[in-house]
Design a binder for this molecule. Structure first.
Ligand code: KG4
Ligand code: ZN
Length: 351
């Protein structure tokens, strides 16, 4: 990484960032004008639904098809010409290597062609820093330090955020991510991929206390979800043995009970983290922060415990490029740019 200072761009105060995200199965591009989102385009790859999960090779191929039209659309709907851009920000990792390579190569070539800086972004940091996007609907911007729980299809972490760029992982999952727990449970119930939003949908009509699932015993602020998945598997097998329509007849109650257990696991650890650090400002980020159960639990904690809570708007929960763009802007201000030989990194830790 190297630093250069571009005085007239910073003095002008108008910084145009084109951001590219391709870490998993969404091809996304956004334009940010300073901290505001001028466009935010996402092409979701439907091809994976039939396989019950993301197929890396297909994801990479779909990114190659989507990236040019998605970037064009992001520039067009922001009404920005590429010559106006100040820098290109891209997701370096973590994610699927074949997917990351498409966004990384595209970003590098464009920055070279336009002769503007390149800025690498950590996807999980971006889920956290998405809270700094300025929005007419969002005047709720966190102050440092705060705790962030990143909950997605690939990660589950509790992070102490000391500064934009100084973050400490306090705890994380030892096996499955929470999004995987949702998706794998949904698969056991015969629901299509990604099942998280469907569990959420059916849970709203069910009784969360109807079925009991064990909560894992894990020390400290770490998580584990693989035991829960196994207990759901046995529960479904037992039910179907007695009644072939067990899942169909109880779908809402099963989903509500699974969601209730997962949210209880997350909230227990979050409360522990608040006690341990004395920090009562709590943010969530990542795809699972779209879940109605976690959103309600945080809103309740705000009322009953006096926490300050930060819940992203739906467009910034799932993978998107606007969150990459805000990190691009923050790094641009710092003059923190990347060199052309930078490589994508499938495993890329926050701290
Ligand atoms: O952050 P994200 O879009 O991609 C990753 O970086 O993994 O998160 C995707 C995950 C999937 O596991 C999906 O099922 C889950 O987020 N998800 C949900 C909901 N919406 C998305 N899980 C539970 N309830 C939801 N409403
Ligand atoms: Zn993500």
């Amino acid at each position: 990484m190297y630093s250069i200072f571009i005085p007239n761009l910073v003095e002008n105060k108008t910084i145009y960032i084109l951001a590219i995200e391709s870490s998993c199965d969404d091809t996304a591009a956004a334009v940010l004008i300073n901290t505001k989102v001028a466009s935010n385009v996402i092409a979701t790859q439907k091809i994976h639904e039939q396989y019950g999960g993301v197929v890396p090779e297909l994801a990479s191929r779909a990114h190659q098809q989507n990236i040019v039209p998605v970037v064009h659309q992001a520039l067009a709907s922001a009404n920005i010409d590429k010559k106006q851009l100040s820098a290109i920000a891209f997701t370096r990792g973590p994610g699927l290597m074949g997917s990351l390579l498409v966004g990384t190569s595209f970003a590098k070539s464009l920055s070279l062609g336009l002769n503007i800086p390149l800025i690498e972004v950590n996807h999980m940091k971006a889920h956290i820093l998405a809270h700094f996007i300025e929005d007419d609907e969002n005047s709720n911007i966190p102050e440092f330090p705060f705790l962030a729980m990143t909950i997605s299809g690939g990660h589950t972490q509790i992070v102490k955020v000391n500064d934009y760029f100084q973050m400490e992982v306090l705890g994380e999952t030892l096996d499955d991510a929470v999004g995987e727990a949702f998706d794998k449970s949904a698969k056991l119930l015969g629901l299509p991929y990604p099942g998280g939003p469907l569990i959420d949908k059916y849970a709203r009509e069910g009784d969360p206390t109807k079925f009991k699932f064990p909560k894992p015993k894990v020390d400290g602020l770490n998580f584990s979800f693989s035991g829960l998945k196994t207990s759901i598997l046995y529960f479904v097998q037992r039910g179907l043995k007695e009644n072939p329509d067990f899942v169909k007849e109880n779908l809402q109650d099963i989903c509500a009970s699974i969601q209730y257990t997962i949210i209880a696991i997350l909230m227990d650890k979050l409360e522990k983290a608040v006690k341990q650090t004395g920090i009562t400002a709590v943010a969530i980020g990542g795809g699972v922060s779209a879940n109605s159960g976690i959103r309600e639990a945080l809103t309740e904690a705000k009322k009953s415990k006096g926490w300050k809570t930060y819940i992203p708007k739906f467009a910034y929960c799932m993978d998107n490029a606007a969150m990459i763009g805000i990190v691009g802007y923050l790094k641009f201000i710092e003059g923190d740019f990347s060199e052309q030989h930078i490589a994508a990194q499938a495993r890329y830790r926050i701290s």
